[in-house]
Design a protein around this ligand. Structure first.
Ligand code: DGY
Length: 324
């Protein structure tokens, strides 16, 4: 049996696949393969482990319906047309659970970096601007005791809320499709509507998936309802905010700052005005990028492939989520 990976994957997953007796072909180049190359690799394989690349749309999936599984090296599955995959009988799997801590840590890092203007202060040193300082210049804001609003209190959102409560005694409010009563008890969290979340939060942190319902939900109307002292954090998917509206909201002082691990579009261009704003911190989508987490993700992605190719039920299917 043959497995094709769209990027070089961490060693643990690769070894599992090889020990299971599969021939693994990895795309080694540091540039994107063409759509025709991708189809060709898939045609020569029984499974694809998708570790990054262009969206898997219906046209692509139709040409690769012979695959026993497309195993995503991510918890997010917004880059696949799940409805088409399901209609074509193609199994899609993801890597849930193992990246919650690393991704929440990234949101936490961004929150503090924005509050203390850390990325901007670092740039000042590089530009030789440390020089003369005064007690009133370049001040940040405190996080202690403030209100954290979580949009999407699932695995990652819960870790972020725990970190913020333990470190800074933050009050937790959240907005979800459904109430999360276990988390409410554990975190003393309050369930609120979307507008209340916008109006009451000092920090809003996004931890939901990108769906037609959440697409660009953070737009000019939403930013206008937030506090002028608020910090907006997105470590989920860039498509959840409208970047032009975010830039305007920051320039007009409708919100105080923003921390982004994901941008809209990706990659962000180097001349994006967000990169020169003192109260903005941007990272290049590294939420899950620790050695331990990426190894765990590659192990789970490999286990999904092994199950599919040996006729076992896959541990982490996502097809059933397409109409949620
Ligand atoms: C995920 O797993 O969804 C991360 O954002 C990496 O894409």
């Amino acid at each position: 049996m043959k497995v094709f990976t769209t990027r070089v994957i961490p060693e643990e997953g690769l070894q599992l696949l090889q020990r299971a007796g599969f021939t693994v072909t990895q795309w080694q180049e540091e540039k994107e393969m063409t759509p025709a190359q991708r189809v060709q690799f898939c045609k020569e394989s029984d499974a694809m482990l998708f570790a990054g690349g262009e969206k898997l749309d219906r046209a692509f999936l139709e040409q690769c319906r012979h695959l026993k599984v497309i195993s995503l090296l991510s918890v997010g599955y917004d880059n696949v047309d799940l409805k088409a995959a399901t209609e074509l009988g193609l199994q899609i799997t993801n890597t849930p659970g193992v990246l919650s801590n690393a991704t929440a840590d990234t949101a936490f890092l961004l929150m503090l970096s924005v509050a203390r203007k850390a990325f901007y202060q670092h740039k000042r040193i590089i530009k030789g601007e440390w020089g003369f300082s005064t007690p009133t210049a370049n001040l940040g804001i405190d996080i202690e005791g403030k209100t954290l609003g979580i949009w999407g209190l699932g695995n990652i959102g819960t870790v972020m809320a725990k970190r913020c409560k333990a470190a800074f005694g933050m009050k937790i409010i959240y907005c979800n499709r459904h109430r999360n009563e276990a988390a409410e008890k554990e975190l003393d969290a309050t369930f609120v509507g979307f507008d209340e979340l916008l109006q009451q939060s000092d920090v809003i942190s996004i931890h939901t998936s990108l769906t037609p319902e959440t697409k660009e939900k953070f737009n000019k109307d939403a930013f206008r309802k937030m506090k002028p002292t608020a910090i907006f954090i997105n470590a989920a998917r860039g498509g959840i905010h409208n970047e032009t509206d975010l830039i305007a909201a920051l320039q007009d002082g409708e919100i105080w700052g923003a921390g982004l691990d994901v941008t809209n579009p990706e990659p962000m261009q180097p001349n994006n005005p967000l990169l020169n704003m003192p109260t903005v911190a941007v990272l290049p989508h590294i939420g899950s990028a620790t050695q331990e987490t990426r190894n765990a993700m590659s192990r789970i992605a490999a286990q999904n492939v092994i199950a599919a190719l040996t006729g076992e039920p896959v541990p982490n299917p996502v097809n059933h989520l397409y109409n949620l």
